[in-house]
Design a protein around this ligand. Structure first.
Ligand SMILES: [Fe+2]
Length: 234
């Protein structure tokens, strides 16, 4: 896909890579080897305990910056794109249902300043439940970052746009995984848990696999010129 779409830099949200919950070091390495430049995470960051030491040492896998400061890993990093441009990636967690250690609004301006000290090319992955939080953050950062890409809710939204200040945004990039499902889980199991309120062991579905995401075009000045949703049957 990198070749087909002529992609210079690729960010993957990998927090559900390990059977729907969390990521392992092996899977992170596989995603990086497959062409991801940076992997972001989310509310399931710590589901696989092995990931802590890995995040402490990794410059290419980031976790939300507003998780506990005492936890391993970083929430912002800079990596090199094809052609040599440096791209900063910031990962933050929204508040609704996710209860981060710190509110993203308390940190985001400092994170963006830190990133912009390195490069004008800045991508923010805002991992959040509420569309309002993601739309608000995109507006707040308009003109200061290249793109604000929402993740976590797994359903691609139809609001890809470049805002007046030159920041591209989409409220949710969607899900790479089985769409014949309830956001990745076998439908009958998810429905049984909802109908009965009883514990049900979730299994990952297998049908209707699609790659979803967003493709952003920008100049070396960091301003976005276009964004389009990506939706490809695997
Ligand atoms: Fe999530």
């Amino acid at each position: 896909m990198r070749g087909e779409l002529d992609v210079d830099f690729c960010v993957v949200n990998g927090e559900n890579a390990a059977d729907g919950i969390g990521i392992t070091t092996k899977l992170a390495e596989r995603l990086l080897a497959a062409g991801a430049d940076v992997i972001t995470l989310g509310n399931h960051t710590w589901r696989r305990s092995e990931i802590g030491p890995y995040l402490a040492d990794s410059a290419r896998v980031v976790r939300p910056a507003n998780l506990a400061a005492a936890a391993p890993g970083r929430g912002v990093t800079v990596a090199e794109a094809r052609g040599g441009a440096r791209v900063a990636v910031i990962n933050v967690l929204g508040s609704l249902y996710l209860e981060p250690a710190r509110n993203m609004w308390e940190l985001i301006d400092d994170l963006v300043d830190e990133a912009r000290n390195e490069t004008p090319l800045v991508i923010v992955d805002v991992h959040a439940e509420a569309t309002s939080e993601k739309v608000a953050l995109a507006r707040w950062l308009d003109g200061r970052v290249t793109a604000v890409i929402g993740t976590h809710t797994h359903v691609q939204t139809s609001d890809a746009r470049v805002q007046p200040g030159g920041t591209a945004a989409i409220t949710d990039a969607g899900m790479t995984g089985p769409h014949d499902s309830v956001i990745g889980v076998q439908g009958d199991l998810a429905i049984r848990r909802m109908r009965t309120g009883m514990p049900v062991r979730f299994e990952t579905a297998t049908g209707g696999v699609r790659i979803e995401g967003a493709l952003v075009e920008c100049g070396l000045d960091g301003r976005a010129t276009a964004i389009e949703p990506v939706r490809v049957a695997a």
